[in-house]
Design a protein around this ligand. Sequence first.
Ligand SMILES: N[C@@H](CCC(=O)N[C@@H](CS)C(=O)NCC(=O)O)C(=O)O
Length: 204
Amino acid sequence: MPVLYDNKLSRNGYKIRLLAAHAGLKLDRVEIDILKGESRTAAFVSKNVAGRIPVLELEDGTVLAESNAILFYLAQGTDFWPATPLEQTDVLRWMFFEQNSIECSIGTARFWKKLGRDQQRADAFAHRMEASLDGLSTLDSHLAERQWAAAGRFTIADMALYGYVSVAPDAGIDLSDFPAVSAWLRRIEALPGHVSPEPMVGVA
Ligand SMILES: N[C@@H](CCC(=O)N[C@@H](CS)C(=O)NCC(=O)O)C(=O)O
């Protein structure tokens, strides 16, 4: 069975757990304590040179890294990856958008706020917040016209985006300012097969 190196606090890891739940995929899960530096050991860096989770190790020892690349691999042959190149391109578009405009802004702002670093690094935090609101505003305009992010159906683009958009309130963002995003979050949560992540415990 493939092994997912993961951390219960990580929304990048949660994206993979969400796809596994929807697609009925079985994965072994190994908890990596990123706050104790377990993703930065020589052994772990030999799996992912970036020293980060999530990492998926296949049964033949092949190692995959980057949450959205892992989603792409695991979604092959499922309903969550469309068949035509144009639809696939649409899904990839929103997965790249997620990494560029959501994950590194909302994800970082949320983490700093949880660790109290938002006060220590006020300027950098303000910059991340501005980028977060910009990303959410773009997504809100997009979703005002459609039910799902890409390809006219629920895909790994929605799963990738859901990971960090759904925890924007942890960063101090009021999602009621983004009504189309809020309605889309509720649509995803109402899907059969939806699983909630662990709450963000263990971080003050
Ligand atoms: N772009 C990467 C980001 C991965 C990432 O930032 N992982 C974090 C947890 S969410 C991590 O492992 N941090 C530990 C560290 O940097 O030492 C992805 O989408 O997988």
